[in-house]
Every structure is written in C-alpha cells, then in structure tokens.
Ligand binder design. Sequence first.
Ligand code: UVW
Length: 324
Amino acid sequence: MCESTDVSNVPGVAALFEKLPKNWGRWGDDDEVGALNFLNPYEVLRGAAAIRQGKTFTLQVPMGSPHGDPVWPGRTGAKRMNVMDRGMYVAGKADALAGGLQYADDMMVMYLQGSSQYDALGHTWYGDQIYNGFDAMTTVGGLSKASVLPLAERGIVGRGILIDMARFRGKKYLDRGETFNHVDLVAAAKAQGVEIQKHDILLIRTGWIGKFYKVSAEEFYDNFLEPGLTFSPELVHWFHEMEIPNLVTDTIANEVTVDPVSGVQLPLHNALMRNLGVTFSEIIALDALAEDCVRDGQWTFLYTAAPLKVVGGSGAPVNPIVIK
Ligand code: UVW
C-alpha cells in the first residue's frame, strides 16, 4: 500500500508552484487538450519522418490478466466475465440463433485508470480549479470539462523518443523511490546518441512495470513508492520551454510517488498536467521497445495513441502503437 507520509509539514502545492508557468488561456478559454495543441500537422510529419524500418510495437499492458494488473493502490485491475459461451448452450440455458449461430459474450468492470491509459487533463487538481481554470465542480458526477473525450477525439500523433533511465543507471529497474530529473534525461539521451527535441513525445523507461510481472504482488506493492521524475522549478521550466505535449512512462503515476524534498505527493500531476496541460500516459509497456532500440540504435519513432472515447471520463484505456 502507499507509504504513509507525515503531512503536518507539507507545504501547500499552490506555494510550491508560485511563479511557475501555466498554459491556461494559451489555446483559448475553452481549450481541453492542452499541450496536444503542439502536435500540429508539421509535428505529425516530423513523426512520420522518423519511420525508417517499418517495425511496429504495441505498448499496452495485458488487461484483465488472471494474475492481476498493475494499478495504483486502492484501485483494482480489470475484471472480465463471460456472460455467454459454449457452456450456456451445453447446459440448455441459451438457444442458438436461427440457422445455428452461437456466440461468446463477456463484460468487463474496470477503473478507467486501471490499465495502460491516458489521464484526462481534469483528472487531478488542487484548489478550486482544474486545467485551463475550469471550476473543479465540473468534475462532479463526470468531467464536463477537460475530460478524456477531447483527447480521444483528437488522437495523439507525433515524434516519440524513448529515454531508458534504467539502462542509463545500469539497472534492470530503478529502485523504490529513485528519482531523476530533466538533466538526467538529457544525459541519458546523449548516452543513447539522440537529442530530445522540442515537441517530442517523451517516453521514459524505468523498468518498474516490467518488475510487476517478475516479482510477487506483495513485493511490488510493499511500502508502495514508485521511482520517477521529481519536482523542481527548473524541471517545470524545462517542460514548458521544450513544449513537451505528452509524458509517457512505465510507472503507474509517471513521477516519484512522494517528492523527497517537499513531501508533496504527485506534484507533477499538478505542475505539468493541471498547469501546463501536459498529457500523461501511464502504465505503458516499454521493455520490448527498449530492447529493440538497444539492438538497432534507433530511439526515435512515430508514436500514435487513441484513448477510448469515454464521455465524461477522467481517463481511458489505450494501446499506443509505435512505428520505427
Ligand atoms: C492518481 O490519480 C493517484 O494517479 P494516476 O494519475 O496514476 O491515475
């Protein structure tokens, strides 16, 4: 479970973000897709120009696995249930359609953030306002502003770059609570022989989700503290100046669970997602892609993703496709 934190000395996040940039109003008062606005037709073509070999990769983790899916503590993985199958016909509880057609049917119960997913820009906030200054009351009963629907309708296409932080640090996966920042990302990119460019979709591998499939659930969730990016004003400025549209990681929450300096939990959800409109894709499978990038030395590619069009959703499952 999530490590308990003494919050008595935790500063308000508003104070933490004072004087840091916001993109509210930059794309109009009604904007609900934030930094995806950077992904214009030029950026789509820049992504397409990164295709060199025709190799494809799908980045969703399995959904509804009988061994459980990786989820934020307190959520549960997707549960798929058969409601029709051959057994129903054999037991005489269902009739074939005229002509003999029989069928299998199933349903699924899941958290929309319970698998590989996109967070809606209205998914997290502090104070009374969500992304773009919309009233936080617009989240009640379903997101009527900045839901996942506008992200899904737009789709995400651009040049992706994979930064393998685990490999850069010489590890199979980063340690519990291990942090890194934008300076480390730039250094890792240099070691890989690539450069993070303005408007790149930033994929960061920590190995953490891969670890979920290698260790017991008890070990994975024990004193839950994910590794990841850590908050600093400089990091927020870097994301702002680089105009990063989308942060994609193989962790459940895209950042270190608790900022070791301030004690604030998930500060980048607010500093990047709420304030800058950077879209977050989480629980993304990056191990196979990383292995291939090591083999062929190509760390950039066309990244495409179409989250499901869930009306009012605070997030939606996704199976991104990468083409190298
Ligand atoms: C929380 O909302 C706590 O996390 P996530 O963005 O991973 O869904």
